[in-house]
Design a protein around this ligand. Structure first.
Ligand SMILES: *Cc1c(COP(=O)(O)O)cnc(C)c1O
Length: 350
């Protein structure tokens, strides 16, 4: 059924990866003259004159403990967007292969496909943003190389049903990429706990949301050591900077702050989810397992969007997304920001 060697592009299977100086020699020597670095030091306030560890061993050791996986099951990317791009490039020959997406969903899957000249097959989520039996059948029957399942889904906020994802994992011949960018906010176990059962499973997570490190650009992919090995083979050699690796290590030592912020954001989400339906202009607030809420506005969501903009409040207009007519996506902010949003909406409503 699933055969990784068969799924990987033939040119990638055959190619020899770039071997960097830091691949060939690891560790500290007295005299490091192998990488054309500047031994004198760095301009600016901090030292970054040495190339970083291409495989980010220290960060992965800490992450492995936190996530209950082996370091060999972790890939780190310059944002999970890099992992999305590499997964498409790993499996799809340009102009020939295709990937599957389930709209409405995260926009980068489509961009990665377009950039790589890879065709898109779209199977729509149901009106409550789940997989219908027909769509599951369609995925299983598809010869796409890869399917992206976003759970909790962006922009809708809901988790996909675990039993449906499991059916896809058992039936689909390609890679099943479960994008868990919002997993830290979700009341469900991560699919990283099921990696041993499914050789075709790739789980994406990120430091951009609950960790509060969107500006750092650090994303994670979890999969079998074989899949991770291929991602390492095709990534840019030094894709994670030394500054990012150091900062990630510091963040991982700061778990209490991560927990506290997460709890505060969940409280803010519950408060907004309770308040929004009291407004006449709010038709529906969709259930969310993420740090945002998708809400349907009447009679005109775009007018609400423009009104908020005029008040200096930016939200995401999702009106043109399939199944999302009349909706805005509202990120949960600080308590003050949430109150300002609600006050502006109340003012517009009255
Ligand atoms: C925010 C988000 C990401 C994160 O992307 P990064 O490149 O890690 O910042 C990935 N997937 C989805 C669905 C997202 O909403």
């Amino acid at each position: 059924m699933f055969d990784l060697e068969n799924l990987v592009r033939p040119n990638i299977r055959a190619m020899k990866p770039y071997s960097s100086a830091r691949d060939e020699f690891q560790g500290e020597a007295q005299v490091m003259l192998d990488a054309n670095e500047n031994s004198l030091g760095s301009a600016g306030p901090a030292s970054f004159n040495r190339y970083p560890d291409p495989l980010q061993r220290q960060v992965k050791a800490e992450l492995a403990k936190l996530k209950g996986v082996e370091p060999a099951q972790i890939f780190l990317g310059n944002g999970s967007d890099e992992a999305i791009d590499l997964l498409v490039r790993l499996t799809c020959t340009p102009g020939q292969d295709r990937i599957l997406i389930l709209p409405p969903t995260y926009g980068m899957y489509e961009v990665a496909a377009n950039l790589n000249d890879v065709a898109l097959e779209r199977l729509p989520l149901t009106p409550d943003f789940q997989l219908s039996p027909e769509v599951i059948e369609g995925i299983v029957a598809s010869d796409a190389k890869l399917v992206f399942l976003c759970s909790p889904n962006n922009p809708t906020g809901n988790l996909l049903r675990a039993a449906d994802i499991e059916q896809v994992l058992r039936g689909f011949r390609g890679l099943v990429v479960v994008d868990e960018a919002y997993a830290d906010f979700a009341a469900a176990p991560s699919w990283t706990t099921r990696l041993a059962e499914f050789p075709n499973l790739v789980v994406l997570q990120t430091f951009s949301k609950a960790w509060g490190l969107a500006g750092l650009r650090l994303g994670m992919a979890f999969a079998s050591p074989e899949i991770i090995g291929y991602l390492n083979k095709i990534k840019p050699p030094y894709n994670i900077s030394e500054a990012t690796q150091q900062h990630a290590l510091a963040a991982l030592q700061d778990a209490p702050r991560f927990e506290a912020m997460k709890q505060d954001l969940l409280q803010g989400r519950d408060w907004l989810a309770a308040q929004l339906p009291t407004l006449d202009i709010v038709e529906e607030v969709f259930p969310s397992d993420a740090n945002f809420l998708l809400a349907r506005f009447r009679p005109d969501a775009t007018a609400v969007y423009e009104y908020l903009l005029g008040k200096g409040i930016v939200v995401r207009n999702r009106t043109t997304q399939p199944g999302c007519a009349g909706t805005l996506r509202l990120t949960v902010g600080t308590p003050q920001e949430n109150e300002a949003l609600l006050a502006a909406l109340r003012e517009y409503s009255e």
